[in-house]
Design a binder for this molecule. Structure first.
Ligand SMILES: [Zn+2]
Length: 237
């Protein structure tokens, strides 16, 4: 039995729930590239545009069509039922893991459902539209709240804790990740530094770092993840 499982999820798991990522050639939002609305520079130059982009995405999470899929649900079940530790790290900014019932989710690229104050640095849950007119509930200043999202050029969140989790895992599972975005793509190498750690990757398209995993399975997360979770829980009994 594994004592300490670490799961890393990426955009592939959310894509199956209908979440768009705006990455790639055709991933434009109102003719803007993601790189033009997801930077500190863009926010400084045109905060209203950046607020609007994230308000749309935050609203999308409330739409009835956007639901966690069997992959999110299987991970939540593993966290509930597995006797060992199961740490969940995601590159996704949506809240589908939480909607599926996962309690502790490390959002290394931030979360759409949180706002952070640039004056007092407090972060808190935020489920409605956000704009410059809102006052920070903590320090009372206006025009200081921003989406609690890691923009291009910013440091991922909780990296120290995440690396520590991966350094102590004996099973590392990457799901729906491209293997392109660092430092997330480098976590498998950290896992591989433990002689006993097993590494598994489940994606629809082979990731660029496929060769770094002991086991690679190609297919839909909504099919492969429930199978893997069933196997892990069956081994246990
Ligand atoms: Zn504040």
């Amino acid at each position: 039995m594994f004592q300490h499982i670490v799961i890393l999820t990426g955009s592939g798991i959310s894509a199956e729930s209908g979440i768009r990522t705006y990455r790639g050639d055709e991933g434009l939002w109102e003719n803007h590239r993601l790189e033009d609305v997801a930077t500190p520079e863009a926010f400084a130059a045109n905060p209203d545009l950046v607020y609007r982009f994230y308000n749309e995405r935050r609203r999308q999470l409330k739409s009835p069509e956007i639901r966690p899929n069997p992959a999110h649900e299987a991970i939540a079940r593993l966290q509930r039922e597995y006797p060992g530790q199961v740490a969940l790290i995601t590159q996704n900014v949506d809240n589908l893991h939480e909607q599926a019932g996962s309690k502790q989710v490390w959002h290394m690229h931030g979360a759409l459902t949180r706002a952070r104050c640039t004056a007092c640095e407090q972060s808190r849950a935020w489920h409605d539209d956000l704009d410059a007119s809102h006052a920070c509930p903590d320090c009372g200043q206006r025009s200081t709240l921003r989406p609690d999202i890691v923009w291009f050029g910013e440091m991922p969140m909780g990296l120290e804790h995440i690396v520590e989790q991966v350094e102590h895992c004996d099973l590392f599972i990457a799901i729906g990740t491209s293997g392109v975005v660092y430092p997330a793509a480098g976590l498998v190498q950290i896992a591989r530094q433990q002689a006993l750690a097993h590494t598994v990757c489940l994606t629809l398209d082979p990731p660029v770092n496929e060769h770094q995993f002991h086991d690679y399975q190609q297919g839909l997360a909504s099919e492969l993840v429930p199978q893997l979770v069933d196997a892990l829980l069956a081994e246990e009994k």
